[in-house]
Write a protein that binds this ligand. Structure first.
Ligand code: GTR
Length: 327
């Protein structure tokens, strides 16, 4: 009996011994998702972050990118990240709004004066405050940094110059009631729909248009599904966000957490450089493909959306004052 017990103990020790070196060198592969295809600025910036992470940890932590929504649309990406099935997701802040309502302050129409105002805000104290709100919320997401999504304008099958032209037009918006309200206020009928469904919805006439930035409009091919007019409304300037699953975050050492956070901030700056180039490149490609860019005075759209800012903005009076104060 005594012999048997000591044999078991020896076996247990051997197992522990065998696993000890394995445990210290354990490799971690972080699955990262993005709705955009390979080569898109957000995808490229997160891949760069992955390479830096791998180098800094001598290969202990790696990142594997799943671009092109292969693991699901953004709503699913958020859910999978919350569960820990996906470790890192780059998503629009638009779809975080329903999960962490405080971020909707950035999702309001015409909340930023222009792109450079948005960048100053996300790079500064207000940006940090919102990232901290996401992390502190019960959503099980850790916010690592921001990315640039430029400004969103309207694209339709019939030309639009003023709110009245949108009458009766069904326009796809991202899944967040705030955006449906925004489109309704702008004069159209906002239809909430996943990004991946927009192409066929345009083709079959389920919708008459959508809204996005030039790189998304081009890479999603929406222009070839009949949306030939791009009206420069610039009604939404929504930052993108990079999040990590809290389940994964909690498994990292303090040092690794600090490294991931630092590289998240670097990715924010790396993506911006790629973004500026891509806006120029894809604007050119859209024009070459026959898309007509319609420059307009967007004040009527700004005025029309005042009730949306009043409805959603009341609860963020403090934050709105801070955003406004950023010069
Ligand atoms: C893009 C954004 C995506 C996604 C998409 C959409 O501009 O980068 O994350 O939100 O818009 O309209 O669904």
């Amino acid at each position: 009996m005594a012999l048997r017990r000591s044999l078991i103990a020896a076996a247990a020790l051997a197992v522990a011994g065998a696993f000890a070196p394995f445990a210290t060198q354990a490799q971690m592969v972080l699955k990262a998702v993005d709705t955009h295809p390979a080569g898109y600025p957000t995808v490229a910036a997160v891949e760069m972050m992955g390479k830096k992470l791998e180098t800094a940890t001598n290969g202990r932590i790696k990142l594997q990118m799943f671009p092109g929504a292969v693991l699901g649309q953004e709503k699913e990406a958020v859910e999978q990240t919350q569960l820990g099935a996906v470790q890192i997701a780059r998503i629009s802040l638009g779809v975080i709004g329903p999960v962490v309502p405080e971020v909707n302050v950035f999702n309001m129409p015409f909340v930023f004066r222009d792109i450079s105002h948005m960048r100053k805000v996300i790079d500064g104290a207000v940006g940090d405050e919102l990232l901290a709100k996401v992390t502190a919320s019960p959503a099980k997401l850790v916010a690592l940094g921001w990315m640039d999504g430029g400004s969103r304008s309207l694209y339709t099958k019939k030309p639009v110059r003023k709110p009245d032209d949108l009458k009766g037009q069904k326009i796809r918006m991202m899944g967040n009631p705030l955006f449906v309200d925004t489109m309704n206020a702008m004069g159209g009928n906002g239809i909430s729909m996943a990004y991946g469904e927009v192409f066929s919805a345009l083709q079959t006439g389920v919708i008459d248009g959508a809204e996005n930035n030039p790189p998304s409009m081009f890479t999603s091919n929406h222009f070839s599904a009949g949306a030939k007019y791009y009206t420069q409304t610039h009604h939404l300037i929504i930052p993108e966000i990079l999040v990590m699953s809290k389940v994964t975050w909690d498994k990292l050492s303090k040092e690794d957490q600090a490294l991931v956070k630092k590289l998240g901030r670097e990715a924010q700056m790396d993506q911006r450089v790629l973004w500026d180039k891509s806006v120029e490149e894809y604007t050119g490609k859209l024009k070459a493909a026959g898309v007509e860019f319609i420059p307009i005075d967007n004040k009527p759209f700004f005025d029309a959306t005042a009730p949306v800012r009043a409805k959603y903005g009341a609860q963020y009076a403090d934050l709105l004052a801070k955003i406004e104060a950023v010069k």
